[in-house]
Design a protein around this ligand. Structure first.
Ligand SMILES: [Zn+2]
Length: 437
């Protein structure tokens, strides 16, 4: 079975092209006055940032204190893999026209930052090259941003966690004890934004962190290098976030080992989505690029729950595309049909043992399965070779009886078993999956 985490935040509703809003995920104690705010996805082409924020929301449990997470601040830019379809959102925190496309998102974020309980704000980025205090070569020099903790100034007086430089150096030190490669070493980059003299300083005065400082909050940028694969960027970001939490006295539990290999596996494989109030469950690990004849209710809006807040479904040209961060995972080619509710269990003989299977689950099979339902229900094993049968209930179904190309995964292991009401014009009730081991 896929691992399910108790901390999963599930979202519902279909989002159409431009109506994207971001998600605020509140973890830990509600009445806490020492809150960390983590923002990912301010620029959609920086997956290290939004994937780290997303994993913090789904794979960590906050056991003491409180963390608020916005993993998908510019969700539309994430789906479009663009820095900002309507311009760079991280330059919109100083002045902004009310006509600006991002105006409402910026205002909403400003209100979250203003919350009294928020004491520290981390804005997650991926930056080019490797920041170095002195010129080494064109990829390792002061003008680069990758592998750096960013502060606007060394100290903010009279606020909690106002010793920005000291904190940043602790973060770097923690990360540098856990480097995957020497080249990945972290440094603190102080943009000295308040001087507002150079072009860079002027640009930085329009950013989220500088706005936060103006609101009396401790604030940091975190930049992992775009030269690294995404899971390694996420690795460094989670190291940083854990240390930030540590400094604030926030305690957490994570249900995986923090190393690059396990992170890659979680990012690529611990992903799934359910539809129709969980009557359809689709693991997205190694999913095929297209799934045909996907049962969608005629005349109704599709509803879904993704395993990640940076996952969504968009309707494009009559098909449903599952997006996961910058990735297009699969295209569901719909077959529209009537739906009906069914809350019972389905009796299935799995390798000689009877199981009561709920719709929307995944059943592991070694040799064969045999669905045993009464005549009210019709069972359709998608890809079953013998077309003679209209109802595949009561048959011993082995892997060799199902055409491999009908599997939902690229490896030919997971197959759909759809259940219909056989009396009332074939109403779709739901499906479960069988996975041949
Ligand atoms: Zn950025």
């Amino acid at each position: 079975m896929l691992r399910l985490f108790s901390t999963f935040i599930l979202l519902t509703g279909l989002v159409f092209a431009d109506g994207f809003d971001f998600t605020l995920i509140k973890k830990g104690e509600q009445n806490d006055n020492n809150r960390l705010l983590v923002v990912g996805g301010i620029q959609g082409d920086e997956p290290g940032g939004f994937m780290a924020a997303s994993l913090l929301s789904t794979h960590y449990k906050i056991t003491k204190g409180s963390v608020w997470i916005v993993p998908n601040f510019n969700f539309y830019s994430i789906i479009r893999r663009s820095r900002g379809p309507y311009g760079d959102m991280n330059r919109k925190f100083a002045k902004l026209s009310t006509n600006d496309h991002d105006y409402h998102s910026i205002e909403k974020m400003k209100k979250i930052i203003q919350e009294k309980s928020v004491k520290m704000v981390i804005n997650l980025h991926d930056g080019s090259g490797f920041y170095r205090e002195k010129y080494v070569d064109k990829n390792h020099r002061p003008g680069k941003w990758g592998q750096a903790t960013i502060i606007d100034q060394a100290v903010i007086k009279d606020i909690k966690y106002g010793n920005l430089l000291e904190i940043a150096e602790k973060i770097d030190k923690h990360i540098n004890k856990n480097l995957l490669k020497k080249e990945h070493i972290f440094h603190t980059k102080n943009t000295k934004t308040h001087l507002k003299k150079t072009y860079e300083e002027k640009e930085m005065s329009k950013t989220l962190t500088y706005y936060a400082i103006g609101e009396g909050k401790s604030a940091f940028g975190n930049e992992s290098s775009k030269a690294l694969p995404v899971h390694e960027r996420v690795y460094y970001k989670l190291l940083a976030l854990e240390k930030f939490m540590d400094i604030m006295g926030i305690e957490y539990k994570r249900e995986f080992n923090l190393n690059a290999k396990d992170l890659k596996n979680i990012i690529d494989n611990d992903i799934f989505i359910s539809f129709n109030n969980k009557k359809i469950f689709i693991p997205l690990s190694r999913i095929r690029s297209h799934i045909t004849y996907f049962p969608v209710e005629k005349g109704a809006k599709i509803t879904f729950k993704p395993s990640s807040p940076v996952m969504t479904v968009l309707e494009e040209k009559g098909k449903y595309i599952v997006y996961y961060g910058n990735r297009k995972l699969t295209t569901l080619v719909p077959q529209y049909m009537a739906y009906d509710k069914f809350n019972g269990n389905i009796k299935v003989d799995v390798d000689g043992k009877i199981q009561n299977v709920t719709l929307g689950s995944l059943v592991e099979v070694k040799k064969y399965f045999n669905v045993q339902v009464d005549k009210r229900l019709r069972v359709n094993v998608i890809g079953y070779v013998n077309k003679k049968h209209k109802n595949e209930s009561g048959l011993n179904v082995r892997k060799k009886y199902i055409l491999k190309r009908f599997s939902i995964d690229k490896d030919g292991k997971r197959f759909r078993v759809e259940v219909y009401d056989s009396k009332v014009k074939n109403k779709f009730l739901g499906m479960f999956l069988v996975e041949f081991k």
